[in-house]
Design a protein around this ligand. Sequence first.
Ligand code: DGL
Length: 253
Amino acid sequence: MDTKNQYIAVFDSGVGGISVLRHLRRELPSERFLYFGDGANAPYGTRPTEQIRDLTVAAAEMLMGRGIKALVIACNTATAAAAKQLRQKYPERIIIGIEPALKLAADRYPGGTIGVMATPATLREGKFARLMDRCADSCTVVKLPAAGLVELVEAGKANSAEAEALLHPLLTPYVGKLDAVVLGCTHYPFAADTIRKLLGDGTTLLDGGAGTAIQTKRRLAQAGLLREGEGEIIIENSLNRPETITFCHTLLG
Ligand code: DGL
């Protein structure tokens, strides 16, 4: 197949990367996307780094083997644990990894206080520590590890009483104190209503989905690999359950 017509693979531990696929579809309507969620092994964000790396590399190998023109790691946790290894392993390939949009928040709120909601794994990685260092002069960063939220999103309970009960103790101490909250896990935009309800209107929610889509477009354009014509989206999940695929299509809208 002509390289231009090959799929752009979009990978996440589960359904969260659909929040990134929404931006990709808007930015690149003529592209063919192959979305793969590793639901059988989700959540990644409470696993040891080594395991997250092995799972991510295995998924990437499988996707690379299917003749793709680019890989979008639509999972902050997988990017933090494995993007470096994947770029070393596949130096010729286009690999884009989403990261918490802290730089965007720091630029928008200089001198402000920014919360970063992410998985425990993302927040403990060196990659995040370096990102925080780069923003340390311009803002104060509060880490908000939201263990348990990914499971609720996977179960279709992103905006439920359960989600509210889980997030209440994490977020209410910061009501009125944060200029912005970065949603540093691709599952969390689906719980935005609950997060907004708890934090109130004074806090802006930001995520890296739009930036990742723009970067993907730029990289494909640089490589002369942008496609024309009608786009396509295929969704697969290691859970092999039709209802999971239907759920993904619902989230995609
Ligand atoms: N969606 C992933 C992220 O962006 C994490 C989900 C998980 O913990 O499996 O970090």
